[in-house]
Design a protein around this ligand. Structure first.
Ligand code: 13P
Length: 336
């Protein structure tokens, strides 16, 4: 695969219903996932787990890109191949998380600002040399009392746009991820409003920084109620309001929207994506960039035991396939 410009890379990742496997959990986040299956969080276990995922048959044809954490981009398998080569052999492109996590927006504030612009150009140069074709930066926006503030939204979206420009200057596609969290008891309309503000601000900043939108992917939350909302919205409303929010706030030049799963169940994440694609009538590909909604069932099947690898790989392959069908509006619950 010789994809050398950001527009072709972005198009490739979301071609033919393909989506992204987000496997870029930082070491502490990986520790939380491993705690749930009683596996020690060390470098070897992290490598074995991810190697097992990347060797799943269902990577091919369903996954166009895999987001990695720094450690994984440099790791090799016992058979001598680099993990990034296993990914490429499955027809997917390796990508890298480049942000440095969250800090309080202001002293004592609940709102957060993503860090990582210092030294980013140098880090991106190295990642380009190591073969990464795309990058990711996640901004986190909370809904709650007096949140989100416009000031915090603008600071986060400005950083996302500055990051995106640096990534493109180093030949890599930026995935811009403004995540409005599902934590809380807010309803779908509160999510719609917060997400609209983020996307408007984000595209203003992307244009201001001179980012090539055709060489960018957007990774947003779906428009949905909070986890503790007393009146949850049905799938159809979620699909319609998500497409409406995107249509009102993002550029038609964007090649693809790859949603995060954000704590939705595996089936919710698939069903809602499918419902959007069944609506149709929009200019971008609507696809997935799921972490938990792709990995959860595989992680539970694996349990840190190599004897369970085949079962775990089947679980990942199934979710990857179901989500590709959803990206083409061809999924149905009977297929599960
Ligand atoms: P989830 O799909 O588990 O939300 O993870 C996606 C991701 O990459 C978060 O940055």
């Amino acid at each position: 695969m010789s994809l050398n410009n950001v527009e072709d890379i972005a198009k490739y990742i979301v071609s033919n219903g393909k989506g992204i496997l987000a496997a870029d959990e930082s070491n502490p986040t990986c520790g939380k996932r491993f705690d749930s299956i009683n596996v020690e969080n060390n470098e070897l276990n992290r490598r074995n787990y991810r190697e097992m995922l990347f060797k799943s048959e269902g990577m091919e044809g369903n996954i166009g890109g895999v987001i990695l954490f720094d450690e994984t981009l440099r790791q090799s398998s016992d058979d001598g191949r680099l993990l990034k080569e296993i990914i490429t052999e499955a027809g997917a492109l390796p990508g890298i998380k480049v942000d440095k996590g969250l800090q309080p927006f202001k002293e004592g504030s609940e709102e957060v600002l993503t860090q990582g612009l210092d030294g980013l150009n140098e880090r991106c140069k190295e990642y380009d040399e190591l073969g990464a074709k795309f990058t990711k930066w996640r901004a986190v926006i909370k809904i709650g009392d007096d949140m989100p503030s416009q000031e915090c939204i603008d600071a986060n979206m400005s950083a996302l746009a500055k990051y995106a420009k640096i990534a493109q200057d180093n030949n890599m596609v930026p995935i811009v991820e403004p995540e409005v969290l599902m934590d809380g008891d807010h309803d779908i309309d509160a999510c719609f409003e917060a997400s609209s503000k983020c996307l408007t601000s984000l595209f203003n900043h992307l244009n201001k920084e001179g980012v090539n939108i055709k060489g960018t992917l957007l990774k947003p939350n779906m428009i949905t109620h909070g986890f503790d909302c007393p009146n949850p919205s049905p799938t159809q409303e979620i699909a319609e309001k998500t497409v409406k929010c995107l249509s009102e706030n993002i550029s038609s030049e964007l090649p693809g929207v790859t949603f995060l799963s954000g704590g939705q169940t595996d089936i919710e994440a698939t069903e809602r994506l499918d419902a959007m694609n069944k609506l149709g009538g929009f200019p971008w590909k609507l696809s997935f960039s799921y972490g938990r909604a792709l990995q959860q069932s595989a992680l539970k099947a694996w349990k840190g035991n190599p004897e369970n690898s085949i079962l775990a790989q089947e679980a990942l392959s199934k979710r990857a396939h179901m989500n590709r069908l959803a990206s083409e509006g061809r999924w149905s619950s009977e297929l599960e």
